[in-house]
Design a protein around this ligand. Structure first.
Ligand SMILES: O=P(O)(O)O[C@H]1O[C@H](CO)[C@@H](O)[C@H]1O
Ligand SMILES: O=c1cc[nH]c(=O)[nH]1
Length: 235
């Protein structure tokens, strides 16, 4: 049993979807999985396992920020033998060609946070998605009507305080969007021998200052969940 998830061995599938919001985990489990059961509610960071198109899949909330995701990611891989970690998150667009509800598949993830600097003694690490998951997601997205972009994202430590001007070094280098977890997810997966991919829905734009209203956010997140589940089935 791990410290924060504390599920029974065997309760968690090899492939785990990772929303930041634990209520998104509940929504995905109840909407898409057959016979879902909740294997953890410690700290209300809900985790569920069920089946989708005949395959056993889990969905685990990770909280907000890299240290929080790192706790759940580490325990999923090291204590529960998870092999495929697929983040399903929201993000802010940094590029005027991105619209609300667009989906971004993060090929790479930069960071302004300290976790990687600690791991790599102040040097930089290029955190990248697992290519086989990325390829699967690309193929599934192309076969659907969902507007999808593939590129680099920024996992920042700050939600508030960074406007487009402050983020200019990243936008100057074609970073598409900002969120708060993908860099450490990719680094953890590389370190401990799992595969990882982040799929993100644009929930707001730092260029236009538009936001998705809560209700529309729900249906947009359904598109992302379906795409991630279709990847998970074949992972
Ligand atoms: O919607 P989630 O998955 O939580 O992702 C984004 O939303 C949170 C900030 O509101 C951060 O966790 C960020 O990465
Ligand atoms: O981390 C996040 C998530 C959504 N939108 C943002 O601007 N940042």
């Amino acid at each position: 049993m791990s410290h924060h998830i504390a599920a029974k061995q065997g309760d968690i599938a090899e492939t785990v979807l990772l929303p930041g919001d634990p209520l998104r985990a509940k929504f995905v489990a109840e909407t898409f999985l057959e016979e879902p059961f909740c294997y953890t509610d410690i700290r209300n960071m809900l985790g569920f396992t069920g089946t989708y198109k005949g395959k056993r899949i889990s969905v685990q909330g990770t909280g907000m920020g890299q240290p929080s995701l790192a706790i759940y990611g580490y325990e999923l891989i090291q204590s529960y033998q998870a092999k495929n970690l697929i983040r399903i998150g929201s993000c802010g667009a940094l590029n005027k060609t991105l619209k609300l509800r667009d989906i971004i598949i993060a090929m790479g993830a930069c960071t302004d946070g300290s976790m990687n600097r600690i791991t790599f003694n102040g040097q930089d690490y290029a955190a990248i998605a697992d290519f086989s998951l990325l390829q699967l997601a690309y193929e599934k997205a192309v076969g659907s009507s969902i507007a999808t972009r593939i590129g680099n994202v920024l996992a920042t430590d700050r939600f508030y305080g960074d406007d487009l001007e402050a983020l200019k070094p990243w936008t100057d280098h074609q970073v598409l969007a900002v969120e708060m977890e993908s860099n450490v997810l990719y680094t953890l997966a590389a370190r401990y021998g799992a595969r990882a991919l982040s799929i993100l829905t644009v929930s707001d734009s730092l260029v236009t200052n538009e936001n998705l209203p809560a209700r529309q956010r729900e249906s947009s997140f359904e598109d992302m969940a379906r795409l991630a589940l279709d990847v998970a089935v074949e992972a």
